[in-house]
Design a protein around this ligand. Sequence first.
Ligand code: NDP
Ligand code: MG
Ligand code: MG
Length: 340
Amino acid sequence: TQPVYHESDADRRYVDDKTVAVLGYGSQGHAHAQNLDDSGVDVVVGLRENSSTRSAVEADGLRVETPVEAASEADVVSVLVPDTVQPSVFEAIEPELDAGDTLQFAHGFNIHYGQIEPPERVDVTMIAPKSPGHLVRRNYEAGQGTPALLAVYQDASGHAKQEALAYADAIGCARAGVVETTFREETETDLFGEQAVLCGGVAELTKAGYETLVDAGYSPEMAYFECMNELKLIVDLMYEGGLGAMWDSVSDTAEYGGLTRGDAVVDDSVRENMEEVLEQVQNGEFATEWVAENQAGRPSYRQRRKAEKNHDIEDVGERLRDLFAWAEQETESESEREPE
Ligand code: NDP
Ligand code: MG
Ligand code: MG
């Protein structure tokens, strides 16, 4: 099992007297910058001159410079612009990195696949919160934490790990727990998970179920409810208590049917497909394809996005969600009334 670190393992002195440049003020950037600032760390946000997020930084009372200026002031440069633009931003700031400075990431893609080749004089670390940025901020403000992964790719200073842990503590993650991993493991499991299960797998399973029912003559509304809408209820149970909580809470009929038919749907051929997807992640084929796709202006990405948007299940869903919006509002106002 992997080591898990908590607040008591973190020594805040490793970041207390440092200046952290947070490049990007999007999902992760705004959360890291504000949490670090509230933790007493000197923060400067790095954004391009015409950035649409500049006003947000100023409204939040933080300092903002260009990425190059911010990096030149900083001891730690937290690279939180989108993964696809990180290589060009890195190219611009590289000359500003002094010996012993730190390049800090929230995802390992560019380092692991060689899109960024950091100079030997710097530490290269990762603190990857396992949630969207708005939750990293919200949890921090509520005195709680968000679990995160920690990895060290390069330790020029001799204390890269302690500094990363202090950074994780300052953004609130050590309150929940920080799990040690490597850039390779984080990157490859993240890509595999989103492709095979979380995004790709679930979307295809949902559409396949929907199409099977509609093609057999059932109404699209029923197909939507059974294959898409109820998915949330099932996933919530799995999140709270694992597969056991899910099986416990569905009917015995659903449990027996699921246990006897599930592996007929997701059979050995699906596992073989998963192995193939994993191989393309491991051998860099997917990374090379995605980098080339971006360089070409994303033609295939655009086309697939459009096709997905035009799927019948999206129209049916939009209509039904509108129709049933009153139900959610009702529940909300009811729970608001409760405390009185
Ligand atoms: P976002 O897409 O939210 O970042 C947007 C920010 O980057 C904006 O401030 C934007 O400003 C700026 N930006 C965009 N393009 C450029 C550019 N060319 N030059 C300078 N600034 C630019 O990023 P995320 O927070 O989603 O991702 C940041 C990192 O965190 C990634 O490595 C990601 O993998 C990782 N991560 C993300 C998670 C998430 O939930 N989103 C979860 C865990 C890790 P502008 O107005 O100038 O475009
Ligand atoms: Mg990902
Ligand atoms: Mg049912």
